[in-house]
Design a protein around this ligand. Sequence first.
Ligand SMILES: C[S@@+](CC[C@H](N)C(=O)[O-])C[C@H]1O[C@@H](n2cnc3c(N)ncnc32)[C@H](O)[C@@H]1O
Length: 301
Amino acid sequence: MTKQLTFFDIFSGIGGFRIGLERAGFKSAGYCDNNKYAVQLYENYFDTKEEFYFNDITQINTKELPDFDILCAGFPCQPFSISGKRQGFEDTRGTMFFEVARILKDKKPKYFILENVRGLLNHENGRTFETIINTLHDIGYSVQWQLLNSKFFGVPQNRERVYIVGHLGKDYPPKIFPINGIAQEKVKNIVSYPFIKKGYQSNATYSPDGIMGCLTTGCAGFIGDIPANEVKNPKDIKFRRLTPKECFRLQGFPDDMVDKAFEIGISHTQLYKMAGNAVTVNVVYAVASQIAKAEEENAKS
Ligand SMILES: C[S@@+](CC[C@H](N)C(=O)[O-])C[C@H]1O[C@@H](n2cnc3c(N)ncnc32)[C@H](O)[C@@H]1O
């Protein structure tokens, strides 16, 4: 049997990485996030008693960190997102990547998994991404990446994100990508009929294939009251806002997490924000499974 690898969950939010990595057989060593509501839900939902917690990544003294094998981080994406001002490293949130690099440099875990918006690839004509890849390479990692869309991983959401995986050492890195739809299960509907509408009623667009647009922190998601294949005139459709539970489902989170959030009094506004900020669990699971497979093959050889 291979040794159970541990991970450290940076920018942990509500634990999208954690659920995906645990499902693939890995164990948490600790987590870091400075949003009090996300941490409140994380600590009430997961058993974190034996784990290390850090509030602000910029204040982490790496000597105080536990050892771990995988670092995972969906670093803040607003500075690179086409819906933001795109100030990149000029925005303090953009410099969070360098905090991740600092931890990698000092701790040298065997693997890392990073996630960010598609816009990271072409920000500043590709120079930002080049800086990121070169920095990771200089620390000693072989680096591979792929743009993955959540809609191919069992959730009806059109969410494209770049996943970057590093392996310590530059010779013979395990092949993680491409992931060619290994998890392309049939798209699961989040409500009982295949009709999901994106945008506000005034500029209604609707998707008869039942695939929702990319979830945002404000939950611009609305859903129609008639199954898509029964719509005769789009004007007849009445829309309602997606519930927090439906938004969590769109990201692959289990329903009982939202039940726990309600139980501890977290507001709908915060829940919409958490769901929109999160990483899709199913995609993390697919990437983490590739690492697990590489480790098993390595143990056999
Ligand atoms: C894109 S979200 C990551 C969400 C997470 N992957 C999930 O599945 O929920 C970025 C997270 O970084 C956190 N964050 C931002 N600045 C931080 C800092 N200086 N230290 C720790 N966490 C920070 C935010 O609170 C937010 O939860």
